[in-house]
Design a protein around this ligand. Structure first.
Ligand SMILES: NC(=O)c1ccc[n+]([C@@H]2O[C@H](COP(=O)([O-])OP(=O)(O)OC[C@H]3O[C@@H](n4cnc5c(N)ncnc54)[C@H](OP(=O)(O)O)[C@@H]3O)[C@@H](O)[C@H]2O)c1
Length: 330
């Protein structure tokens, strides 16, 4: 049984707790917030038995064998290193970390302590991801992919009001690519591997962080365009155009609820997805940990590293820099 200590009491931690209720072999056992009162309230609301405001005390709790990190992006690294050093299985929210340098240190810490580490990739374990992957051969060769994942963020209103929400901050490794684009990058890397070349053109804040942007990825025989925005919205959609047909996927990224195949006639080929997307990732993680499937865990991690590499190259090409870029290696 994975007995999870959750770091963070935001929306995403709530979703995590809900997801654990649909998965055998995992339960939310404790929660951490820097403010004890917030931790207590969250624990009461979700019937979690322990609440902490000291991470070291939580990590010393032997009942907890797994840590879930639902904190702002730039905080993933330090907490993951602590959790892995304490020998806990560690599940990190997307995007995994801020930089490749951080990624490699996490991998090292995981190997040293033999505690497995996972990214909450969501999209990769969805039944409809498999549908897309299996149906691709019908439309080959692929000639063009477009992904649009735009969500007008309520935190953009805070930004307009003169505040600096974490999601737009260079200190917290924010921005549209890290927040939304990462889902499309997971999808592209999963379906087609790493691109041969890329260019990210972004609308920047004065701290260099992107409010929106277009990531163009070049593959053999086709290009992909991944558009993300945090200050405008649209009907999110993925279109995969091949010479023999087209796939339409709505809505995009973390959900993939509907997949249509158009080969002269349009057919709904969606798989049944009964649960919220996190459930599928947690089912996979619980299976891998309980059966000690080291090779599968390493494959999942290798995928996350490829995604991180694309993200970092994309950031560099657009001139987006984070405080984490200047951090010294531990
Ligand atoms: N929100 C979503 O829908 C969503 C969806 C998918 C993935 N994610 C991922 O989940 C992670 C968290 O995102 P979020 O938007 O939920 O973040 P958030 O609301 O800004 O914060 C989440 C938690 O982190 C704590 N926190 C924030 N700043 C902190 C600091 N400086 N020191 C200690 N704790 C701090 C918050 O505590 P306080 O309450 O005390 O501020 C809160 O409990 C990100 O990596 C994001 O990419 C989020």
């Amino acid at each position: 049984m994975l007995k999870v200590g959750l770091l963070g009491t935001g929306n995403i931690s709530e979703m995590f707790v809900q997801a654990t209720k649909n998965v055998e072999g995992i339960e939310a056992t404790a929660v951490f917030n820097r403010d004890q009162l917030k931790a207590n309230i969250f624990a009461d609301q979700h019937r979690i038995k322990k609440a902490y405001n000291d991470i070291n005390v939580m990590l010393n709790d032997e009942e907890i064998n797994c840590i879930y990190i639902g904190l702002p992006n730039s905080m993933h690294f330090d907490y993951a290193i602590k959790a892995l050093k304490a020998g806990k299985t560690t599940i990190i929210e997307k995007p995994f970390v801020s930089t490749l340098v951080e990624f490699d240190q996490i991998k090292e810490a995981s190997e040293e302590s033999r505690a497995m580490v996972f990214e909450m990739t969501r999209v990769m374990e969805l039944p409809n991801y498999k549908t897309i992957k299996d149906s691709l051969e019908l439309i080959l060769p692929v000639r063009l992919v477009t992904v649009n994942f735009s969500q007008y963020s309520r935190r953009y209103n805070d930004l307009l009001a003169g505040k600096m929400p974490n999601v737009f901050s260079d200190e917290f490794s924010g921005g549209a690519l890290m927040d939304l684009g990462v889902y499309g990058v997971h999808l592209m890397v999963g379906l087609f591997g790493k691109p041969r070349g890329l260019l990210y053109v972004a609308n920047h804040l004065s701290n260099s962080v992107d409010l929106s942007g277009n990531l163009i990825m070049k593959y053999k025989g086709f290009i992909a365009s991944l558009v993300q925005s945090k200050n405008s919205k649209c009907d999110n959609r993925i279109t995969i155009q091949g010479e023999r047909g087209t796939m339409y996927i709505t809505p995009t990224a973390s959900i993939l609820s509907k997949v249509e195949l158009d080969m002269d006639e349009r057919t709904d080929i969606s798989a049944k997805q009964e649960h919220e997307s996190m459930v599928y990732t947690l089912e996979k993680i619980v299976g891998v940990v309980s059966r000690n499937e080291v090779t599968i865990q390493q494959q999942m991690l290798a995928h996350s590293r490829d995604v991180m590499e694309v993200m970092e190259k994309a950031r560099r090409s657009a001139g987006i820099s984070f405080v984490a870029d200047n951090k010294k290696k531990l």
